[in-house]
Design a protein. Structure first.
Lengths: 126, 362
């Protein structure tokens, strides 16, 4: 039996989201949110691991507030994804929930191939 | 089969009630202040939003609107149809604040208009929905009159009282409300709302919390006050045809409170002669609790044991709190509870409490 190929989706690099933007795609029946943090693209499942909310399609990109030198300041902008229901924040790059480290959003591999972005149902390399 | 006991609906602004108001109150509501009457509201704001993001259109939100974009079509599309609800109980949003207005007569007119609005806009067009009668709790005689005015309509399943109050609901001051409910066989739902706002007492005796998060975790304390008051005054003994539902005040806290009330009842019976049995007996027979927000212990295995003191198989009823930010999805809620409780929690307990037609399996 031949090994089944992992489904992939290709879109033009020019159509990839800019930082602070989101693009929803569908691949093999999975709804996926595509995001950019800095130069890197990230693909996250449209399902909150807390209570199953539509995390990407209805959630909001957010900027955290952190303590620096004992004072609350804005963190790196647009690095968080905020759940539409219970408002828990997830780090877009790692998928980790920032208020409950036991939780992590399902992530998908994203790579650049020439002038295309390729999203697959594989887990990302790291 | 599912009954959702807590679906919030409301107008965008109180001015939407103008067509349902008597002319004199309409004149007042439309012309007072700068742009008409505003309602007292929380001094704390949820830092990331009151509502589920997917429950409203942010761009269409009117300035000052509390519960935006909440239409019957949206409730059908987001709740009734996808969850396959047999019935949904509609709870007020901003209209819960009528009871904390200083002016009880104004509150009575607003409550009457709201109930007529609810009937016309929501309950008459959608047979799966039932309403709770909003009353001016600070004016018990007027509240009783409103209960008697609309309480025989099948569309209303009970009477709504907010957790925020000037005087606990077991006090004899409120007897007209209980008498009207008893006469009509209607239960009372006490739902956490607006504690520490308007003419209501503070959230706790410690003084005002600084943060919305504190308020949200503490708002059950007001519910505890009503619970103890109603039980110790023997309300459920004196008014045997009514019942009590505690909505959105947490669950685990009521376990310890019920135990403490049984203990003090044994020692203090002479001062509470109308409470003729241990308070827990009334709780198991006549008090119901809604699930949301279901407490989240670090290990879900702790939850069932923590709740058993409430006899949840008989007393617990599912609620989602749609469209608020702390919405509980029904499958998630039911899967966190023992399988033996699910039939009661999902529909049976609520059907019995509200006198709803029993759901028929598909």
């Amino acid at each position: 039996m031949s090994r089944r190929e992992t489904p992939e989706l290709r879109l033009r690099l020019a159509d990839a989201p800019a930082p602070g933007e989101r693009r929803m795609v569908e691949l093999g029946g999975h709804r996926i949110g595509l995001y950019r943090v800095g130069e890197d693209l990230h693909a996250l499942a449209d399902r909150c691991p807390h209570r199953g909310a539509p995390l990407c399609s209805s959630g909001r990109i957010a900027t955290g507030i952190e303590l620096r030198d004992g004072r609350p300041v804005l963190a790196e902008p647009d690095t968080l994804l905020r759940c539409p229901w219970h408002k828990w924040d997830f780090d877009i790059a790692s998928g980790r929930c920032v208020v409950d480290p036991r939780l992590r959003v399902r992530r998908y591999a994203v790579r650049i191939d020439g002038d295309e972005v390729v999203v697959s149902l594989r887990h990302p390399a790291r | 089969m599912l009954v959702d006991c807590d679906i919030h609906v409301g107008y965008e602004t109180v001015l939407d009630l103008a067509p349902y108001l008597d002319p004199a109150t309409r004149e007042l509501v439309v012309n007072c202040g700068t742009n008409g009457l505003g309602m007292p509201s929380y001094p704390w704001y949820h830092p990331t939003g009151w509502l589920r993001n997917d429950a409203f259109d942010r761009a269409s939100a009117a300035v000052g609107a509390q519960l935006v974009g909440q239409t019957l079509d949206r409730v059908r599309a987001n709740v009734l149809d996808p969850l396959g609800l047999a019935h949904g109980i509609l709870t007020p949003d901003e209209a819960a604040a009528f009871s904390i207005l200083p002016n009880g007569l104004l509150a009575a007119h607003l409550a009457r208009a709201y109930n007529d609005w609810l009937l016309e806009q929501w309950l008459e067009p959608e047979p799966r929905l039932r309403g709770l009668i909003v009353v001016p709790a600070q004016h018990p005689e007027a509240a009783a009159a409103e209960i008697r005015r609309v309480g025989e309509r099948d569309e209303f399943a009970g009477v709504f009282l907010p957790g925020a109050a000037r005087i606990p609901y077991g006090s004899p001051v409120h007897d007209p409300i209980w008498r009207a409910c008893d006469d009509l066989g209607l239960p009372v739902v006490v739902h956490t709302h607006f504690e520490g706002v308007g003419i209501a007492g503070p959230v706790t005796a410690a003084g005002y919390p600084d943060h919305y998060g504190e308020y949200h975790a503490l708002c059950g304390s007001g519910m505890h006050g009503h619970f103890a008051s109603i039980l110790c005054h023997g309300i459920l003994e004196r008014y045997p045809r009514t019942g009590l539902m505690m909505m959105e005040g947490g669950l685990v806290g009521f376990v310890g409170l019920t135990w403490r009330l049984d203990t003090v009842w044994r020692a203090c019976r002479p001062e509470m002669p109308y409470c003729v049995r241990p308070p827990s007996e009334y709780v198991f027979e006549r008090v119901r609790f809604t699930t949301q927000p279901l407490e989240e212990p670090p290990d879900d295995a702790l939850l069932a044991a923590a709740l058993e003191g409430l006899h949840p198989w008989d007393t617990l009823c599912f609620s989602s709190d749609y469209p608020h930010w702390d919405y509980d999805e029904p499958r998630q809620t039911l899967n966190r509870l023992p399988a033996a409780w699910r039939d009661g929690v999902s529909h049976r307990n609520a059907e019995r409490f509200f006198g709803l037609p029993a759901a028929i399996p598909a």
